[in-house]
Design a protein. Structure first.
Length: 386
């Protein structure tokens, strides 16, 4: 996330680690809109490729965060919202005094509506401070992961986050979805699942005293499993302290399908410390198995040459891996290195043959250390009741 002087950057077929709805008790804050069937439906974090009801986005609010780039980053957000509205509804939250400007900038949407919801926020990174959804037969709930500004209070990366921290609860109340308070502190960008019980995560962003003080890696893992309905966590080392997120997994490695992972390969001009992160992740993924015992197929997604991209700044996030899958489409950054942009398009089209690959210029968003995935959060459709 951008600062004036520095930037941020199935459960095994309803298996034993599943989270029974009846066991959540007082963790729920409001009744779910979708009526739960008789029995105790199991909730799990679904794959992003599952069908969506809508995409959530957020209007960047504060000049104290974005400085003279506030107008430009709002332009990026408005264009991205419009592109996504070609495929599914978009709900954009905005402070009440900024909602009219957001509506004007975004317009009515394309094939689907862009709805501006008046709800206070600080910044645009709704992947991290919005709810992470879990679903089961006939049921849905939203997990509030206790956003604490990436644990950066008292550091040079600090930025205001009090309004952002309340967004998950506010959105869930607005849409009548039950709220679960997570038993860990983290962000949505730190959580990548295949929808079948396997999670990818970095140690640096979750087993960290700035989020989960006093918790061991095993304790964090158990909290992730119990909260999100998971069976296995594949841990990548990541890198702490070099960006505001402490190296979220959604810029490094992503599932494209069960058993298939795309891995960000740093492009020319990338600092050695990030190349080391990639090499460690590659080694782990090539030897890992998922929750169902399958070896992973690892597809490398090469980054652009940083001397050829349009964006500038050391924290510019030049990762194609920070893509977002919506209904019928995959949205991926276009950075201006023509060869690398074309390669990313071809690789993602091969990984998602049934979806359109839509390349979107997001230079100002990326200058703040984030990407398309960071700026979006999906609300999954409720699976049919059993």
């Amino acid at each position: 996330m951008h600062l004036p002087t520095t930037s941020r950057r199935r459960l095994l077929q309803l298996g034993a680690a599943a989270l029974p709805l009846a066991a959540l008790g007082a963790a729920f804050a409001a009744p779910a809109r979708a009526a739960a069937p008789a029995g105790t439906p199991t909730l799990r974090m679904p794959a992003e490729t599952d069908r969506h009801e809508r995409t959530f986005m957020a209007w960047p609010a504060l000049a104290s965060i974005w400085g003279d780039q506030l107008g430009a980053v709002r332009g990026d957000i408005a264009n991205l919202a419009y592109q996504i509205s070609r495929y599914e509804p978009v709900v954009l939250i905005a402070r009440p005094d900024q909602a009219a400007d957001a509506r004007y900038a975004c317009g009515p949407g394309a094939a689907y509506a862009i709805t501006v919801l008046e709800l206070a926020d600080d910044d645009l990174w709704i992947r991290d401070f919005g709810p992470t959804f879990v679903t089961g037969p006939g049921a849905i709930a939203g997990v509030d992961t206790g956003f604490n500004g990436w644990g950066k209070t008292g550091t040079p990366y600090y930025q205001p986050f009090a309004e952002d921290a309340a967004v998950a609860a506010g959105l869930l109340a607005e849409f009548g979805v039950d709220r679960i308070r997570a038993s860990f502190t983290g962000e949505g960008g730190a959580l990548e699942t295949d929808g079948q019980g396997t999670l990818l995560a970095t140690v640096s962003s979750l087993v960290n005293a700035n989020r989960n003080p006093g918790m061991s890696q095993d304790q964090v893992e158990q909290a992730l499993k119990s909260t999100l309905g998971l069976d296995k966590v594949i841990w990548l080392a990541g890198l702490a302290g070099q960006d505001i997120t402490d190296d979220h997994v959604d810029c490094l490695a992503r599932f494209t399908a069960p058993g298939r992972v795309v891995l960000d390969r740093p492009g020319p001009g990338t600092a050695q410390l990030w190349i080391d992160v990639y090499q460690q992740a590659k080694q782990v993924l090539q030897s890992a198995t998922d929750a169902q015992g399958r070896a992973l197929t690892v597809v490398e997604l090469p980054g652009p040459d940083r001397s050829l991209i349009r964006g500038t700044g050391k924290d510019f996030l030049s990762s194609y891996t920070n893509f977002y899958t919506a209904n019928g489409a995959v949205f991926v950054p276009q950075f201006g290195d023509g060869g690398a942009d074309a390669t990313a398009y071809a690789i993602l089209q091969a990984e998602f043959p049934g979806r359109d690959v839509v390349q979107v210029a997001i230079d100002t968003i990326a200058s703040g250390g984030g990407g398309i995935h960071c700026a979006t959060q999906s609300q999954p459709a409720v699976p049919p009741a059993a």
